[in-house]
Design a protein around this ligand. Structure first.
Ligand code: FA5
Ligand code: MG
Length: 437
């Protein structure tokens, strides 16, 4: 009881600011420590290289680039202003890092849509930032990742709107190094258009959005030959790993229907990578309510949000999302501003796993289990997987078994190190009501 009281009264420090905590507070120190790392602002970091590349492509088409918005935003900015329904799972404490009831670490760059709509001096804008989500642990998920968001607006009152949309569409270069699969109609019953927009306006905005994103994706996946030369030389110097330069192949991408509370119709773009389709971007035609909330009701347009890590993993061939946070010079010194180069894995240290099985009597959410693992395992955990669930119909109890895979980027872990972490995880889960089997 006394421990709870102390916690309620204490402040949470993020960067140089203090925040009042309450029963919503769920941001652990492991996460607050990552605020302000600003990976996307270090010019030779892969995330920054990608963001810059997208900016350079879109700025000539009328886009202003923003950076440096505070990751601490209001519930209103992140959810309400975008029309997230009250029961949207994204709002829950199990999915989002709350500082307190009204304040959180932004879960997406869309939290800044309204201020960007209001301040952008150009019809389009881009914003790059770190975003925070309580999520599973594996090679493509990390609680902090980065997005670049883009939006493009037109005036709905423009008497020449159709002509302008047609001209703007014609101005987007058509790449020939991608193979696009798009069998979707411009809008449909399941992916409806805005009531106050004509069919043709919706179609043209959707086309503009899709062609813009294809242009970006096609540019990113075009590796300059200079990169291959440079890597060839590096290999001669004896840096291990890497595969011989590959022949230029068309990158397969496809469009799928999606849902976002503040866009309709909405889509996702997926890239075919290592035999699977990977979602890299969500997007759609901005809903009228968002323009109304921005005080610019006579607007139409689109918005997209690209996950930078996923694209960077494809492009730089970075095998594990944890690497982006590495300050090991073997990682950081590999990359050069403006260049997409193939990551040279310096070494693979062995991984080993330990299972943890418990009766989930206190109904712990999977993301709560993940948070406990992250708190003690930090970046030594490569993957956490639910390998078994058993429901006993008589006792009405559920047993779960999670497999925790340990692997360090820098050394071989000893059994003792792993056991120490595993025991801390077990103790903490037990304290939270799990009954270890
Ligand atoms: C969004 O975050 C929306 N804000 C995108 C958007 C913007 C839609 C504007 C419409 C208009 P989503 O939750 O799907 O959508 O995330 C966008 C991208 O971020 C995903 O496609 C994925 O590439 C990346 N992403 C999502 N979760 C993670 C994670 N835990 N780790 C790394 N990347 C992630
Ligand atoms: Mg998604």
């Amino acid at each position: 009881m006394s421990r709870l009281l102390v916690r309620f009264k204490s402040d949470l420090v993020i960067g140089s600011k203090k925040y009042i905590t309450d029963e919503w507070t769920n941001v652990p120190t492991a996460i607050t420590k990552l605020v302000g790392r600003n990976l996307y602002k270090q010019p030779s970091h892969p995330l920054a290289i990608l963001a810059k590349r997208i900016e350079k492509r879109l700025e000539p088409l009328g886009f202003t680039s923003y950076k440096g918005f505070d990751p601490v935003v209001s519930v209103h900015q992140n959810f309400d202003s975008l029309g997230f329904p009250d029961d949207h799972p994204g709002r829950s404490k199990s999915d989002t890092y709350y500082i307190n009831k009204d304040t959180l670490l932004r879960t997406h760059t869309s939290a800044h849509e309204i201020e960007c709509f209001q301040t952008s001096p150009t019809p389009g804008y881009l914003i790059t930032a770190d975003v925070y989500r309580r999520d599973t642990i594996d090679r493509t998920h990390y609680p902090v990742f980065h997005q670049i968001e883009g939006a493009r607006t037109w005036s709905s009152k423009d008497p020449q709107l159709i002509k302008r949309l047609q001209d703007d569409l014609a101005a987007i270069p058509r790449p020939n190094n991608i193979e696009v699969e798009d069998n979707l109609p411009p809008f449909s019953e399941t992916n409806p258009k805005q009531d106050n927009q004509s069919d043709e306006v919706t179609r043209l905005i959707g086309e503009n959005l899709k062609r813009t994103l294809e242009f970006i994706v096609a540019d990113l996946f075009k590796t300059p030959s200079s990169t291959v030369d440079k890597m060839g030389k590096d290999k001669a110097k004896g840096i291990s790993g890497g595969s011989p330069s590959e022949p230029a192949e068309k990158t397969k991408i496809r469009w799928v229907e999606a849902y976002f509370p503040w866009t309709s119709p909405s889509w996702e773009i997926e890239v075919f990578w290592k035999n699977e389709w990977l979602e890299v971007c969500g997007c759609g035609v901005v809903r009228q309510q968002v323009y109304d909330n921005s005080g610019m009701p006579d607007s139409v347009g689109w918005a997209f949000g690209i996950g930078l890590e996923r694209s960077a993993m494809l492009l730089f061939k970075i095998p594990d999302i944890r690497l982006f946070w590495s300050s090991n010079p073997k990682f950081t010194d590999q990359f050069k501003e403006g260049e997409i180069s193939e990551f040279q894995d310096w070494s693979k240290f062995p991984s080993s796993y330990k299972d943890i099985a418990f009766w989930n009597d206190s109904n712990l959410h999977e993301n709560d289990v993940m948070e406990v693992v992250r708190t003690f395992g930090k970046d030594l955990v490569e993957n956490v997987q639910l390998v078994d669930t058993y429901h006993n119909p008589k006792s009405k109890k559920t047993s779960v078994c999670y497999r925790i895979t340990y692997q360090s980027m820098d050394k071989t872990l000893t059994n003792e190190e792993i056991s120490t972490i595993q025991n801390q995880i077990i103790d903490t889960l037990t304290a939270k009501g799990a009954v270890i089997r």
